[in-house]
Design a protein around this ligand. Structure first.
Ligand SMILES: Cc1ncc(COP(=O)(O)O)c(C=O)c1O
Length: 430
């Protein structure tokens, strides 16, 4: 093991040995190279003639750049053209951290790590796999999950995604979750939870969220070491009262010394910047302190360094300017209201009882999506094709469910969308 990885091992084991046991072999071995080129470059910071940096510099010491690009960017070249640190820009990391506290009041007084910047959430999930998943490790997930987990976690790291039933009696199937978590011997467990959920558009009620935390805490109390990946991609888009608005990360971060919560979030969906490719990984664990978090941050930044080196400086700078702008909150509220209007239009449309003849909605209350399940005898792939070809309506077929991205449909078109599904079902049924 590299001596720098040894150092991190000592810190983590001294602070909380359970956390060290949660790491994958890759995770145990990774470190952020404090010595070598990066350290020597840092030492040379401010020198008159600095020949350490792997980036070209103009004679006036500003970043070398093409005017055809620079002229389009209204931000100082120093904040956009050079590499960002592998950890992410320090300014956006601390800003995002303060925003996590603001959005999750129950974190008040709880220590969490500084977020590490990733190349958006997909990359965050991948780095979580890098750090915590060994070949054949199981990851516990509701059976409705983002299909890309298969590529990110199963194909890349050999994880086995083992699922439990998502819904029972119109709500989250807590019993199925509890049974799955307590299945098999006591040991390391990895759970992935994504709320608001893709594909269902479901977020737990306040009571369900509390019950989930209790189930996880109880399992941790039995000696399990539990890592919970909290995929908060659609954070903030909750459209009903009584639904938990905070991330489950908040409660898990103070629940038990055997529970490591890893928040995977970012502006992709929260701030409507899908192509910017910025995300964050933030750790929370009961009793976590600067030293433990520092070691986890170093490992995470090491994984990023060895994978994409660093995320877009331009995107981070643009986002930071938005977060510091006076209009940011108001503009976000306007977009939220647009999505809520679409959500309400869906609710109104599906209140049409005649639809039940052919399809039924799954529980939904948040996010971008909702799903309907066609009745037996309607092939969802045939339905999707017919909707495309004859009704000019695009939907996703997911193993028998039809996923509807209402976030992408103007409220005025929602009724036509559902009427189209109804008509197509009727045609298939003959
Ligand atoms: C549940 C979930 N997690 C993560 C992502 C990936 O987000 P990003 O575009 O930030 O990589 C998505 C995007 O579709 C998603 O639905």
């Amino acid at each position: 093991m590299n001596p720098q990885a040894e150092e991190l091992k000592k810190v983590i084991q001294a602070k909380n040995p359970a956390v060290y046991e949660m790491l994958s072999e890759r995770g145990k071995n990774i470190y952020f190279p404090k010595r070598g080129i990066l350290a020597q470059s840092a030492d040379a910071n401010g020198t008159k003639i600095n020949a350490t940096i792997g980036a070209a510099i103009e004679d006036d010491h500003s970043p070398m750049r093409l005017e055809s690009i620079a002229s389009k960017i209204n931000i100082a070249p120093g904040l956009t053209f050079p590499y960002a640190p592998s950890f992410g820009r320090p300014d956006i990391r601390s800003k995002w951290k303060s925003m996590i506290y603001e959005k999750n009041p129950s974190l008040s007084g709880v220590d969490i790590s500084l977020p590490i910047v990733t190349n958006a959430l997909t990359h965050g999930v991948s780095m979580a796999g890098y750090l915590f998943i060994d070949e054949n490790d199981e990851i516990i997930s509701p059976d409705l999950f983002w299909d890309n987990y298969d590529l990110i976690l199963s194909n890349s790291y050999g994880a086995k995604i083992t699922t439990f039933n998502t819904f029972k009696n119109g709500g989250f199937d807590l019993e199925a979750f509890k049974n799955k978590l307590n299945e098999g011997p006591i040991g390391k467990k990895v759970v992935i939870l994504n709320f608001p959920n893709n594909p269902s558009g479901y977020s737990p009620t306040v009571a369900e969220n509390k019950a989930m935390v209790e189930i996880i805490t109880e399992a941790a109390g039995k000696g399990n070491h539990i890592v919970v990946f909290c995929d908060d991609a659609y954070f903030g888009l909750v459209f009903e009262d009584g639904i938990e608005k905070q991330s489950i990360f908040a409660e898990l971060s103070k629940a038990h010394e055997n529970i490591l919560a890893l928040k995977l979030d970012g502006p992709t969906k929260e701030d409507y910047v899908w192509g910017f490719r910025v995300g964050f990984m933030t750790y929370g664990i009961k009793g976590g302190d600067a030293e433990l978090y520092g070691a986890l941050e170093a490992k995470t930044a090491g994984a990023v360094r060895g994978n994409i080196s660093n995320a877009s400086n331009l995107s981070q700078s643009l986002l930071l300017q938005a977060y510091n702008s006076d209009d940011y909150k108001k503009q976000k509220e306007e977009k939220f209201n647009t999505l809520k209007e679409r959500y309400n239009a869906v609710k109104e449309a599906i209140s049409n009882d005649s639809y039940k003849e052919y399809f039924n909605p799954l529980p939904f209350n948040s996010g971008y999506f909702m799903c309907v399940k066609p009745i037996d005898g309607i092939d969802s792939e045939e339905l999707r094709h017919l909707l495309n070809k004859k009704y000019s309506i695009g939907v996703i077929n997911l193993n028998g469910l039809i996923r509807i991205a209402f976030a992408a449909v103007a409220a005025k078109d929602v009724k036509e969308l559902f009427d189209g599904i109804y008509a197509a079902c009727k045609e298939i049924k003959g």
